[in-house]
Design a protein around this ligand. Structure first.
Ligand SMILES: Cc1ncc(COP(=O)(O)O)c(C=O)c1O
Length: 389
């Protein structure tokens, strides 16, 4: 038999999926390992999806997505961007700069494909979401990491990013709010990073899939600082509890948007058409369910912080998304062994920190988009495992 492509031979499922496979076989397991909101998709969105199917909106759409959906996204984004930018009245983008993708993952892999050749380098956060390096790995793109530190609430330090730049670097990847840390990058830090990107003539990809899930401060997008250089990756998955609908999008300059559209043609053709219409209903319908979900994530974030303080495991407070890293170093175990032992001995599934990068190898990540009862009991068992009780 011929061998598989060398590029993909190094690709392996992340530690999150490994734990997920094992956890699914354990009845009554407390599942804190995976980032799925514990809410169902709001009713108005489901109704719009069903209505689109009933109306036979089930054929291919244009590769970039249905124009009214892109227009609705441009309208919402311009409202947000106007508040962030100095020219409060002018639109920052038009709808042709928005391209619908197969979730945030599709957005990321397509824009990495559009911006980098094999052998080029992308600079990634460490710790960061595993797909940030799995995508370049699968595409033959090289990657380097900038470290994030708990003492800085896992907010990147611009000098750490700049020190990773080489003659081969083409892209800096940012993630705000971030997975797995929950860090939100403040405007001043983003301004400094955009200056670095300008100085070295680099692209920025900013993953903003959690932009709506923010507890302190406000989300700021570097796109408004340099709309030609920054490509934004966003998604309906987390904001609207729509992980299975697979609707994401990119916001970029027109040249990049056209290339992402062409890549869509040869990769997915389009996002399922009825899912696009459901997404439009999500944008244009009442946002009360989003507010309720975000409020409940904040309540649970506060509970997690209180429990970690109570057990002597508190290190920092995430400002967004629905994840926190918990230091397990007092257990004397590495994060993978800890996660496996916790699962086997105490039936709690967590994501081992090492899967997010070397900077997280003394941590495990939990997702707090789960029931309070599970958080209380799960964290009690994590603490018992850390302190060997
Ligand atoms: C940081 C980040 N970006 C992107 C995604 C992709 O989400 P989706 O493809 O479901 O839109 C995720 C999912 O967990 C994520 O954590």
């Amino acid at each position: 038999m011929p061998i598989l492509a060398k590029r993909v031979q190094k690709l392996h499922s992340s530690g999150i999926r490994v734990i997920a496979g094992l956890a699914d076989k354990i009845p009554a397991c407390i599942k804190l390992h995976i980032g799925i909101p514990d809410f169902f998709t709001p009713a108005n969105i489901k109704t719009a999806g069903c209505a689109a199917i009933e109306s036979n909106l089930t054929a291919y759409s244009p590769n970039a997505g249905e124009t009214p959906v892109r227009q609705a996204l441009a309208k919402k984004t311009n409202q947000q961007f106007r508040l962030m930018s100095r020219s409060k009245r002018r639109d920052v983008i038009n709808y042709e700069q928005v391209v619908l993708t197969a979730g945030g993952m599709g957005a990321l892999s397509t824009c990495i494909n559009a911006l980098l050749d094999p052998g080029d380098e992308i600079i990634l956060p460490n710790p960061g979401w595993p797909n940030f390096f799995m995508i370049p790995l699968a595409q033959g793109v090289k990657f380097k990491f900038y470290p994030l530190f708990v003492k800085n609430n896992f907010v990147p330090r611009p000098a750490d990013i700049e020190s990773q730049i080489t003659a081969k670097t083409k892209v800096i990847l940012l993630n705000t709010p971030a997975n797995p840390t929950g860090a939100v990058i403040p405007r001043v830090v983003l301004e400094a990073i955009v200056k670095i990107a300008k100085r070295h003539d680099l692209w920025i990809i900013c993953d903003e899939c959690y932009e709506a899930i923010i507890f302190e401060g406000q989300h700021f997008s570097p796109f408004v600082l340099d709309p030609k250089r920054v490509v934004v990756v966003r998604s309906f998955s987390k904001t609207y509890a729509m992980t299975g609908w697979r609707v994401g999008y990119t916001i970029s300059n027109l040249e990049v948007a056209n290339k992402i559209r062409e890549l869509n043609e040869c990769q997915i053709a389009c996002v399922p058409t009825f899912c696009q219409w459901a997404a439009k209903a999500a944008l244009e319908g009442p946002q009360t369910s989003v507010r309720q979900m975000v409020n409940s994530y904040k309540k649970r974030r506060d509970l997690v912080v209180q429990l970690l303080k109570q057990y002597g495991l508190y290190q920092y407070t995430p400002a967004g998304a629905f994840y926190i890293l918990i230091d397990i170093s007092k257990s004397g175990l590495d994060s993978e062994t800890f996660a496996l032992k916790l699962l086997r001995d105490r039936q709690v599934a967590v994501a081992p920190g090492a899967t997010f990068g070397s900077q997280a190898k003394k941590y495990v990540r939990i997702c707090f988009a789960v029931k309070e009862k599970d958080l209380r009991e799960g964290i009690r068992r994590i603490a018992a495992q850390v302190f060997g009780k």
